[in-house]
Design a protein around this ligand. Structure first.
Ligand code: PLP
Length: 735
């Protein structure tokens, strides 16, 4: 019996439909997401990490029957179920008028058994599925959701990490400690994929001269599926069972084994399920070995040699590169590659030298490391960076691989990242948009003319909704900080002080992302006296909420967090600076819509950044270096136009890190003190900051229709998956 049937058997008849919803993450981007499951049992809902399957399994039958007798609940459920049925058939309700879905007109060659296969080492769909670390995974999750909304046939291919990504705990000295929770896979919203005899579908792979059996789980994401490969089977060697143990955990050997399972295992799995992708999209390079496996399949039916077959593979492959930092990431030593793949390359008709050359930036250098990015670029017909600026950097960075091209001719284009609007817009805001933008869908995405109607939203209503989201964030932050102080055993007065932490009337900044030195999480405190003068200003105070993890191996990143924790305790700052531990999608959904202003100031260059886009969707403003998506999105204002945010530092900063820090910190202080705080505190008789609100509207209007994942997936479809014949477009098209 499948898990969903088991759950249905338990539920009272009027609630049986909840099981279908619980096993499809579609529910997580409906407006009912806040209350649908939580009303059943709020505290259990918290305790089980917002996992609806675990909730429904754990709630006592008596309580379920109470809910089953509540006519209001049943009405809402019926309404949602009918939306769900329409969605499964037709996708986005914005497309309801148009019965022939857009995607099938643009790309008739794609279908559920000939889909786009989207490979990524992490997927961030929802906080209840801890298979993501940050931006890369959330982007992958948002892509699957938009593909589902738009009707682009897409299957995700990833790994089921039994221990997921680590949880962050800060000890009494502010030092980050990591712990991994074991996923109870049988209580997650996923099904083990079985064959017609009820046996788990397994594929086999040779790793370290041993056969490894891999089973497959399926997660339903609206009309997209995510397939997760899992080596934790009792018939595998204990070492092999742990291959899919931790995301980014383990040594190079484990990470190489993960890359083999994801790439080679992923392609074998698709074929075992009778899925023959039209397009292989590598989001990040971790799945690049998969393209070798595709070549291997083609070779079996062909007399051609590897080069000729590789040319065929390139017709079907797309690679999105992310890291702007050169080859340092995702590389392996040649002898490690040899010990894992020495038995594989003869099947491809390749010698050791030929094979290693596929991953070497300088093919004549036998000591070069084997780079997954180089392999992906060599085997992909089309490649892109994730913002126009990032595309330029990638072309410079990888020019050596294209000796016949000038920098401008390097065939790496750009498609700017976007975010899934329905996931990242707080229901309080999408409700307002629905009222004033004139449509019945909570998130019309790529239609700029609709969004120009944000001007019609009355200032006081926009401000009131925004203020509610901010109060909610402050209440949440206090709860989290109180719990953290309790668990660290802090003194009673420290815990009581939480009641004074943050003030809804005060200009609130947010900063949430990985703490790695290049992101410069403590730029605001570069000059402590100046920071105190600005934050603790008697009439125009400023407060800030931080969140984010450091990589387990990154002691420098952990020291940054530790220093931030000191500022949280500093007598002049203690009510103004907060840190929320264990940043994840649940925290992001409260933090990003709740801030007035989002800070982003990595050392340049950065790839894209997406948090600021989520902030803009909810009416918050951005203050960021002119880099990544912001270099494209920023509108300075003037000439009758209202600016949509602020820029930190210069467009072409000093190249050495110390002067760049100095310049950018000065610029940030100057902006906060002389521009941002005065504007925020400038109120009319009704207490409204009219000019600030005008900027909020300019920001929503200029960002929402473009920096969303519907626009992004549509661009992938038309430019990368099924491009019209002709040379590869190098720069991205404008909206
Ligand atoms: C959006 C998001 C990210 C990505 O942040 P960037 O701004 O792209 O660095 C990371 N983590 C979580 C939880 C997110 O929601």
């Amino acid at each position: 019996m499948t898990s969903v049937l088991r759950l249905k058997a338990k539920l009272p008849t009027p609630l049986v439909a909840l099981a279908d919803l619980a096993y499809d993450y579609w529910w997580s981007w409906t407006e009912e997401r806040v209350s649908l499951f939580s009303t059943i049992d709020p505290s259990r809902w918290q305790a089980c990490g917002h996992n609806p399957v675990a909730l429904l399994e754990a709630v006592p039958l008596e309580r379920l029957w109470q809910v089953a007798e509540d006519p209001y609940y049943l009405n809402r459920l019926r309404h949602l179920v009918s939306q769900f049925e329409t969605y499964r058939r037709e996708g986005h309700s914005t497309q309801r008028g148009n019965r022939a879905p857009w995607a099938s007109q643009v790309a008739p060659q794609l279908s559920p058994d000939r889909p786009v296969a989207y490979f990524c080492t992490e997927f961030g769909l929802h906080e209840s599925l801890p298979l993501y670390a940050g931006g890369l995974g959330v982007l992958a999750g948002d892509s699957l959701k938009s593909a589902s909304d738009l009707g682009v046939p897409m299957v995700g291919v990833g790994l089921l990490y039994r221990q997921g990504y680590f949880h962050q705990h800060l000890n009494r000295s502010g030092w980050q400690e990591e712990h991994y929770a074991h996923c109870e896979v049988n209580h997650l919203p996923m099904e083990l994929v079985r064959d017609e005899f009820g046996q788990p579908v397994t594929i086999k792979l040779d790793i370290r001269q041993r056969p490894v059996r891999v089973q497959v789980w399926r997660v339903q994401v609206g009309r997209s599926q995510l397939y997760l490969l899992d080596t934790d089977r009792s018939d595998n060697d204990p070492l092999d069972r742990r291959i899919t143990g931790q995301l980014y955990g383990g040594n190079p050997e484990t990470r190489l084994a993960q890359a083999l399972v994801l790439g080679i295992g992923g392609v074998r799995m698709l074929y075992a399920l009778d899925i023959e992708p039209m397009v292989y999209h590598l989001n990040g390079s971790h799945g690049a070995f998969g393209l070798l496996e595709v070549a291997l399949r083609d070779l079996r039916y062909s007399e051609a040699d590897f080069e000729a077959i590789a040319a065929q593979v390139r017709q079907r492959s797309v690679f999105t590169t992310h890291s702007p930092v050169s080859a340092a990431s995702n590389v392996f030593a040649a002898d490690l590659i040899e010990s894992f793949l020495g038995g594989y390359w003869p099947h491809l008709g390749l010698s050791r030298e030929d094979f290693l050359a596929l991953g070497n930036r300088r093919p004549d250098d036998p000591w070069d490391l084997f780079s997954m990015t180089v392999l992906a670029l060599r085997l992909s017909g089309r490649a892109n960076g994730v913002s126009p600026r990032h595309g330029e950097i990638c072309r410079e960075m990888w020019q050596a691989l294209y000796p016949d091209c000038t920098v401008d001719q390097v065939p790496i284009g750009a498609i700017t990242n976007g975010v899934h609007a329905a996931t990242w817009t707080a229901p309080l805001m999408s409700d307002l948009y629905r009222q004033y933008l004139g449509y019945d869908d909570p998130t019309p995405t790529s239609d700029p003319s609709r969004w120009s109607r944000v001007d019609a939203i009355p200032d006081d209503q926009l401000w009131q909704r925004h203020s509610l989201l901010k109060e909610r964030l402050i209440a949440y932050t206090r709860d989290r900080v109180r719990t953290a102080r309790h668990s660290r055993g802090e003194a009673a007065d420290e815990i009581a002080a939480v009641d004074r932490l943050l003030d809804p009337q005060v200009l609130t900044l947010g900063f949430g992302r990985r703490f790695s030195p290049y992101k410069r999480g403590e730029l605001l405190f570069s000059d402590l006296h100046r920071a105190i003068r600005i934050l603790a200003h008697p009439r125009r105070p400023i407060q800030i909420v931080f969140a984010g993890k450091a990589n387990p191996a990154d002691d420098e990143g952990k020291r940054i967090i530790q220093r931030l924790m000191e500022w949280c305790r500093h007598p002049a700052l203690r009510d103004r600076v907060a840190f929320i531990e264990d940043y994840d999608m649940a925290v992001a959904k409260l933090l990003l819509p709740g801030v007035d202003l989002w800070l982003n100031h990595p050392r340049r260059p950065e790839a894209s950044g997406t948090s600021g886009q989520k902030v803009a969707l909810n009416g918050g403003l951005n203050c960021a270096t002119l880099d990544g998506w912001w270099a494209e999105a920023y509108r300075p204002g003037g000439g009758g136009q209202v600016a949509n945010g602020w820029v930190i530092g210069k467009a072409n900063p000093a190249p050495d890190p110390d002067s760049q820090n100095q310049q950018d910190a000065d610029s940030l202080y100057d902006l906060l003190e002389h521009h941002i705080a005065p504007l925020y505190y400038q109120r009319d008789r009704a207490g409204l900051p009219r000019q600030w609100i005008a900027m909020m509207k300019a920001s929503i209007h200029s960002c929402a229709p473009y920096y969303n994942s519907d626009r992004m997936v549509a661009e992938y479809l038309t430019q990368m998956y099924v491009p019209s014949p002709g040379p590869v477009a190098v720069s991205s098209v404008s909206p």
